[in-house]
Design a protein around this ligand. Sequence first.
Ligand code: MN
Length: 488
Amino acid sequence: MKQVWFITGSQHLYGDETLRQVAADAREIAAYLDAMLPVDIHYVPPVTTQEEISAALGQAQSCPDCIGIMVWMHTFSPARMWIAGLTACRKPILHFHTQYHQALPYANIDMDYMNLHQSAHGDREHASLYARMRKARKVVVGHWKDEEALRRIECWISAAIGLDASQGLRVARLGDNMRDVAVTEGDKVAAQMQLGFSTNGYGIGDLVDAMACVTEAEIDALMEEYQAQYTFAEGAAGNPAAVREQARFEIALERFCAAHGAGAFTTTFEDLHGLCQLPGLAVQRLMGKGYGFGAEGDWKSAALCRIMKQMAGNRATAFMEDYTYDLVPGQQAVLGAHMLEVCPTIAGGPIQIDVQPLSIGGRNPPARMIFEARTGPAVAACLVDLGDRFRLLAAKVECIPAPQPMPRLPVAHAMWRPLPDFTTGIQAWLMAGGGHHTVLSFAVTTEQLQDFARMAGIECIVIDEGLTMDQFENQLLLGDCIWSGRRP
Ligand code: MN
């Protein structure tokens, strides 16, 4: 299991008895956090000298399971002792500004108590160093049993899980970009330097070869699984060969990803040489298993999809596209879908498999899952390449039930209203350069994405209920000044 290291700072001024108590208190807090949080909280005995601090941070930095460091100054710990260690440490940092006792012991407080419980000023000394070093960190304030403090820590942990996933991620790009499209392009080398994930191209022939190795018996077994899990609409019942072709895709694609260590992949309907249809159902199934996906060669969305799925524990997170609108005043909404590839983790009800023509790409009608997405608050996110930097754009939306049935719509879909309202939310999205491909998540929050961006050192722009257009435009202009030239 991934670990977060809990490091408590102190110094030798207070004597051994105080330091023993610091250690006991820190161990108790670490044990509580370990029980409450979804990673191992690794307790580090209090550090009191520059050598101990550098050693602890150095070990954390070289530990592959360590995804972040939580620091807390129980007493005062002169911050110059931390400069060397923090300079060498690149793990995400959370400064937990807490205190062992929740209540002040008014009747008994004496100088011994004052010597021991100093985080109110000890953490200020510590925090000033991060500000001075311009070192990214999240600050969480509150007693260690406080629910809101724990929620904010858990948020940061999920972001650290996302960063860890990004750093080890390989995106398999099957075919190149959809021709002439701009928004799905970008600088893969810069992405690898900044976010860690690598994007690697493969010829479609490699997938064709993998498909030839799938046996009929393997397809039979997967077809049984489909029949047990989904209902077959008329088009699928009448064209089992098309469904079998997607089963062949699923097995081949999964083997292909495993063989190349890929956690995400892209396809493009403009490059299907040797294939008789576009992978649809197969891509949906693999997304359901946690793979990231981007259509039309969109490697940025594929990577973001994988990262957000890892942050969410693969709950309710899908590749998505703003497809078409209802612009009738009073019921304005986005209809989100894709040609085929919407992840079933966001399904709000039963899933049907159908086979219908695609009217694009010039191949056989592909099988796909059709369903309506769940409803409620969600986030649509997009990784934008602005040429001189990456911008993570995150918009809060409210997913709604379709106002009317859409019996002829042959794809999985969601409907939503952007915040703060339809026109402002979409105007802001267009001003910020957000693409049509997004990752829609009911599990990942804007706070998690902000934490992730801070850790990764990229800009994060949020569109939410508090947005006003004039402030937003100023924020974008400021962003150009702040972030320009910051790309590695
Ligand atoms: Mn698309």
